[in-house]
Ligand binder design. Structure first.
Ligand SMILES: Cc1cc2nc3c(=O)[nH]c(=O)nc-3n(C[C@H](O)[C@H](O)[C@H](O)COP(=O)(O)OP(=O)(O)OC[C@H]3O[C@@H](n4cnc5c(N)ncnc54)[C@H](O)[C@@H]3O)c2cc1C
Length: 290
């Protein structure tokens, strides 16, 4: 027998009303692939779950002028089928297609991945590189927060307790921008990242890098934007020397640890190996579009 209420609102207003009535003991649930694992492990307690699955306001991916808006309730499988995502956001596809397994991707949402706020959350490094903003909504109205300022600690975000993640908004990548993401796990499927790296680069007319975004997962208490790595790449001439300098910067600004998945030493070695690879793929994609 369930020891909590399961509420199924059919509109955003109804969901926010239920949350206001239930307070901190009422929790939103989207795909439930994180919530139910934690509940069964006794690490999460609540008196009510408010399901977001029937809310049309959280669905769909659309272009609005120069912005792409991804509904927080989009499942990972929906994202992979979405032409706009496949054509314009290969960096996000790289991340999503290696997450979990088909059954999990059919349930899990991008909003749930962001709101879980774990350091190894696979969609987060690409969203940081895409300059995504989190659109939060509560009974008080909407506000937007840059995703690189959203994670305040392990499983902690800057969202208020009464706020729901409505969507992620990002500027449409320009044709001379390209991005890529690489996840290293202990096996090819159904594993959390040992290291996760994402890079988004903009090429100038002379082939140099004029703008860079870089982010890493599973090598710090939260997903990290790599500001120093970006500074090294920006204005640099593509080539092995620049990749090595970028990897040195990434090592300075990440804090890998030892755990059951990998040692600190291995994670640092893998940053050195993977960063040049992900940069080269991002550059190829930028070139292909120029
Ligand atoms: C078998 C398995 C494999 C997995 N593999 C991976 C993997 O490869 N990579 C990875 O990153 N993760 C993985 N996960 C973890 C998890 O599935 C993902 O983080 C997933 O994206 C969570 O989405 P969800 O919709 O199921 O979230 P839920 O479990 O529904 O919710 C997660 C958290 O977010 C909150 N929440 C959800 N949606 C909203 C919203 N719109 N607004 C406010 N709060 C919200 C919930 O209250 C809860 O705190 C895996 C989990 C399982 C069980």
């Amino acid at each position: 027998m369930l020891r909590y209420q399961y509420l199924r609102p059919s509109s955003l207003d109804q969901a926010l009303e239920m949350k206001a009535a239930g307070g901190p003991q009422a929790r939103f649930v989207a795909g439930g692939t994180d919530v139910h694992v934690l509940r069964r492990a006794g690490r999460l307690e609540f008196s009510a779950l408010i399901s977001l699955r029937r809310l049309p306001e959280l669905k769909g991916v659309r272009a609005e002028g120069d912005t792409i808006r991804i509904g927080a309730g989009c499942t990972l499988s929906e994202l992979l089928q979405e032409p706009l995502v496949r054509q314009e956001l290969p960096i996000l596809c790289d991340a999503v297609k290696v997450m979990g397994c088909t059954q999990m991707r059919n349930l899990a949402t991008i909003g749930g991945n962001v709101m879980s706020a774990v350091s190894s959350g696979d969609t987060i490094p690409p969203l940081i590189c895409l300059d995504a903003r989190c659109v939060l909504v509560s009974a008080q109205g909407e506000r937007r927060l840059p995703i690189d300022q959203f994670f305040t600690g392990p499983r902690q975000t800057a969202a208020r307790e009464d706020e729901l993640l409505l969507a992620l908004e990002l500027p449409r990548p320009a044709p001379n921008q390209g991005g890529a993401c690489l996840k290293l796990g202990r096996r090819a499927a159904l594993d959390l990242a040992v290291v996760n790296l994402a890079v988004m680069l903009e090429r100038g007319e002379d082939g140099g890098i004029v703008r860079a975004r870089a982010a890493a997962g599973a090598v710090g208490p939260t997903p990290l934007r790599l500001h120093r790595t970006e500074a090294v790449l920006t204005g640099g001439r593509p080539g092995p020397e620049l990749w090595q300098a970028a990897a040195r910067a990434a090592l300075e600004e990440t804090q890998p640890w030892d755990d059951v998945r990998a040692s600190r030493w291995y994670r640092r070695e893998m940053i050195k190996v993977l960063l040049p690879r992900v940069i080269e793929t991002a550059l190829e994609r930028a070139e292909a579009k120029a």
